[in-house]
Design a binder for this molecule. Structure first.
Ligand code: ADP
Ligand code: MG
Length: 702
């Protein structure tokens, strides 16, 4: 049997003529080390390293038919009619095959000398790859190929393709996994009765089937992962995650927290002094929070509410309760602008009631910082508002009872954890996290199993809906006209500059240029500019002028993305909207529609639009509902980005899909609760966690 030719590795490509040259490099990094890089350390790790997909080599189509499905992967078989090394401009091997229905070029940029001989004219080749219609007709670039005899049988089962890494070709992965399968302990971690009740297959046959699908398997269910064998894997994975999270929750609950049960004078006065009445939804979630923080164990609650729903005041009322109960509260925000806005607003509410509020950010002078730190340490400041400067080592709290994290998704897990550890030795502060980027229910459930969620699902009264339009950027003049008209009517306008991820300098330059351009086009208006490189005081001056309506147009980078609250602004222009993600667009748009005036958001785009960008802009036009937007976002780009720092954990779900496997999440959750309730299941729990998480459980604990 002729050997299967693996595509040459880049290392080999440097010395195309000497196949042996690759050998010493291989020795340098032992197989175990290469596998370890993929997190594969134990035999069970390898066994649970399941194929990410399968290749269907069970069929051969004619070249003619393959040509009809250009762009798709197919397998063809033909006789080599031409074999030449061309220089156009790079040295490459061009091989033509013919099967009687048509001609196909196989192109190899990197190749061994032996391959040139192997693919001599007259040889029969089976090639598999993506067929493209190139300038010189149909071709496959770097196809997988095999030299075969006429009538050579096709494989009868699908070929597994494993997630692999450098120096780990598929055949090496296959062998390593097959070897590991011979050594592991296959005992099922779950009791037979449970499996029966859940209608789940046994562990061993499921794993074996996924590595080596038998010829009669329903291919479709294997590929879309709905096969019962996959279901078992997904369930096991989700169960491990739920068990781990719930155990962490239990451990946390075992710690004490100060019961913040006094709803006293401050709370009452504060609520009375508010210029508005809380909405029903605000009152409801406030009651939930009040009940939680009155308990002697830590609250861990996420307060979700769409942009503009009024989360700040709820958080401030929770802080008031902490203060009434004799404890301190801290509020941390991700940007200086936002922290500052919170500080002004909340201090204006609270200081007249006799509460000292401290302000703490990285940009304070040494002296001011020391003074603020002192206020926090002595307990004179009952409330501390700031950026992540709050969590620095030098800051010691007198008696921290409640931690509030605004726009929590902007912080890493580590930062949130540090703030929580700022309590006294035996008392963990209660924790309230806020986010306008809604975490879809399934995600909240899987990644924050021990997180309670409160939702403000109602906007304050009198808001008018935001109309969103997508406009080609070559109509910019019309847009500038609209900006002018809005300003003349007394409204204010945000003009958001394009996101340039690769270069902050370029982003800054664009913002400066846009500002100059608009200032020139609108000479009768005051056009301001705010960006991340301004000094805090300068930033503040600009924001103040805008808030006071001394400035009609504010050109801004994404520094205004979260939290900024100027209700009179009712027109937002976002340039190069196609470069922004959905949640970012939604956050930006949330800066308008905060007052009673009808608001408009114009998404300028540069055509032609790619598919994903088009979907995003369409979503923005169709809905202003943050939850719907989050759901579609999850659909478009998958769960990774919602999780922030958490995605670095190896504990990310590998098999379960949160969109399609919600029902399994529910089950895993129930089973986890049941297993943890009864001591007698402890061995089951431990065994299952060991198999699925090994030493990686820590990742899930924060
Ligand atoms: P977000 O939930 O996006 O953080 P904010 O807390 O910034 O929203 O509130 C948005 C605006 O709505 C603020 O100007 C706030 O004072 C105002 N607001 C909050 N609650 C109410 C209410 N019940 N009635 C009227 N206005 C409210
Ligand atoms: Mg907010």
């Amino acid at each position: 049997m002729p050997p299967e030719a693996a595509p040459p590795s880049p290392a080999a490509a440097k010395k195309p003529a000497k196949k042996k040259a690759a050998a010493p490099a291989k020795k340098a990094v032992p197989l175990e080390a290469k596998l370890a890089r993929l997190g594969l350390r134990t035999d069970m790790d390898l066994v649970l390293h399941l194929p990410m997909r399968y290749e269907d080599e069970t069929q051969v189509v004619t070249i003619q038919e393959a040509c009809l499905h250009g762009g798709e992967t197919s397998q063809v078989e033909g006789i080599v009619t031409k074999n030449e090394i061309a220089y156009k401009p790079r040295r490459q091997l061009l091989v033509h095959i013919d099967d009687g229905t048509g001609d196909l070029q196989l192109r190899f940029m990197n190749f061994y000398g032996s391959q040139v001989k192997q693919l001599a004219e007259g040889t029969r080749v089976r090639a598999r790859g993506e067929l493209k219609h190139g300038f010189f007709g149909a071709e496959m670039v770097h196809p997988h190929y095999k030299i075969v005899n006429a009538g050579a049988p096709l494989p009868t089962s699908l070929t597994p393709v494993y997630p692999a890494g450098e120096g780990l070709p598929q055949h090496v992965m296959r062998k390593a996994i097959a070897d590991a399968m011979k050594r592991v302990d296959w005992t099922d971690t779950l009791p037979p009765r449970l499996l029966e009740r859940l209608e789940l297959d046994n562990f061993e046959p499921s794993v074996r089937l996924l590595h080596n699908p038998p010829p009669d398997v329903d291919t479709y269910t294997l590929l879309d992962r709905s096969h019962p064998a996959w279901t078992r894997m997904k369930f096991d994975e989700l169960l491990a995650q739920q068990l781990s999270l719930k155990r962490a929750q239990k451990a946390r609950r075992a710690k004490g927290s100060p019961p913040l049960s006094v709803i006293g004078e401050l709370s009452a006065q504060f609520q009375q002094a508010l210029p508005f009445k809380l909405t029903g939804a605000q009152q409801r979630v406030l009651d939930e929070i009040r009940a939680d923080i009155s308990q002697p164990f830590p609250m861990q609650r996420l307060l979700q509410g769409d942009v503009g729903a009024g989360k700040t005041v709820v958080a401030a009322l929770a802080a008031a309760q902490a203060i009434d109960s004799g404890y301190q509260a801290a509020l941390m925000a991700p940007t200086e602008i936002l922290a500052d806005q919170h500080f002004r607003k909340i201090a204006a509410w609270m200081e007249p009631l006799g509460v000292k509020v401290a302000w703490l950010t990285g940009s304070l002078t040494k002296k001011n910082k020391a003074a603020a730190t002192q206020l926090v340490e002595t307990g004179e400041a009952r409330l501390v508002i700031g950026t992540h400067a709050i969590i620095q080592d030098t800051v010691q709290f007198a008696n921290l009872g409640l931690v509030i994290v605004d726009e929590q998704h902007r912080f890493g897990v580590g930062q949130r954890l540090t703030l929580r550890n700022k309590g006294n030795e035996n008392a963990v502060p209660h924790q309230l996290m806020m986010s306008a980027t809604p975490i879809p229910r399934t995600l909240a459930m899987t990644y924050y199993a021990d997180l309670e969620v409160s939702v403000i699902d109602e906007l304050p009264p009198g808001r008018s809906p935001i109309v969103t339009r997508a406009i080609d950027q070559n109509r910019r003049d019309e847009v500038i006209e609209r900006v002018h008209a809005a300003a003349l009517e007394g409204r204010q306008v945000y003009w958001v500059c394009p996101l340039i991820e690769e270069s902050e300098a370029l982003q800054l330059q664009t913002a400066t240029e846009t500002h100059a351009l608009l200032a020139e086009a609108l000479p009768d208006l005051n056009v301001g500019l705010v960006h991340g490189k301004l000094k805090p005081a300068e930033k503040q001056a600009v924001m103040d002028a805008f808030a006071a309506n001394d400035m009609q147009v504010l050109v801004a980078t994404t520094v205004i993305e979260v939290g900024v609250d100027v209700p009179n602004a009712s027109l937002m222009v976002i340039e190069h909207a196609e470069r922004f993600g959905l949640s970012q667009l939604h956050q930006l748009r949330g800066r308008v529609g905060r007052g009673s005036a009808a608001s408009v958001c114009l998404l300028l785009y540069q055509s032609p639009l790619g598919g994903v960008a088009k979907q995003r802009l369409m979503t923005m036009r169709e809905t202003t509902d943050g939850f719907e937007i989050a759901r579609r976002d999850l659909e478009i780009r998958g769960p990774g980005e919602f999780l922030g720092a958490r995605q670095s954990g190896q504990a990310m779900l590998r098999f379960a899909d949160l969109e399609t496997d919600t029902w399994l999440v529910d089950r895993a959750r129930d089973v986890a609760s049941a297993l943890l309730k009864d001591e007698k299941y402890l061995p089951v729990v431990e065994g299952h966690l060991e198999r699925w998480l090994g030493g990686r459980e820590e990742f899930l604990k924060v």
